[in-house]
Design a protein around this ligand. Structure first.
Ligand SMILES: [Fe+2]
Length: 144
C-alpha cells in the first residue's frame, strides 16, 4: 500500500495523496510518498515499539452517544505508557476506517497519551496513527 505524508502537518494518507490535506488544507503537492514510514520508525527505535504502538480497544456500547449506535475507539500510547514531557511527547493521534481518514486529536505534554474516538456505526477495520516528536509515526489496526 502506498503511503503519503503531508509535509505541513504530518497527516498520513493511504493509497493516494488527497487533492487537499483534510487536516491542514495543504495542496496535493505538499504530500511526499513514504511507503516505508512505519517500518523506518520501528527500525530507528527498536526497543521503542512497546511505548509507541497504539493500543486499541473497541467498545461497541458507548456510554456517551448510545442513541446513535456509537462505537468507541479507545486508544492509549502504548502498552508501556509513552512519556509526555516538553522534550518528548505524542503530538497527535489520527483515526481511520479502512484507511480513510476520520479524525485527529492533538495532544500536549500536559495531557496523557490517550484518547477516545466516537465513530458513527460502521464496519471494517480501524487504523490508528500516532506521531511522537522524537520517534516519528507509528500505526496499529483493530477490527470494528
Ligand atoms: Fe517517543
Amino acid at each position: 500500500m502506498s503511503i503519503y505524508v503531508c509535509k505541513g502537518c504530518g497527516h498520513v494518507a493511504f493509497n493516494e495523496a488527497p487533492a487537499k490535506c483534510p487536516v491542514c488544507g495543504a495542496p496535493k503537492s505538499s504530500f511526499e510518498r513514504k511507503d516505508n514510514i512505519f517500518v523506518e520508525s520501528a527500525e530507528k527505535s527498536k526497543e521503542g515499539a512497546v511505548k509507541h504502538i497504539p493500543s486499541i480497544k473497541v467498545n461497541k456500547v458507548c456510554g456517551l452517544v448510545p442513541e446513535n449506535d456509537c462505537i468507541d475507539i479507545i486508544v492509549r500510547i502504548g502498552e508501556t505508557l509513552h512519556p509526555m514531557t516538553p522534550e518528548h511527547y505524542i503530538q497527535f493521534i489520527d483515526c481511520y476506517v479502512d484507511h480513510e481518514y476520520r479524525a485527529r486529536t492533538y495532544l500536549t505534554p500536559q495531557t496523557n497519551p490517550a484518547v477516545i474516538f466516537h465513530l458513527k456505526n460502521t464496519e471494517g477495520k480501524v487504523q490508528i496513527v500516532e506521531s511522537c516528536n522524537l520517534h516519528g509515526l507509528w500505526k496499529a489496526e483493530a477490527d470494528l
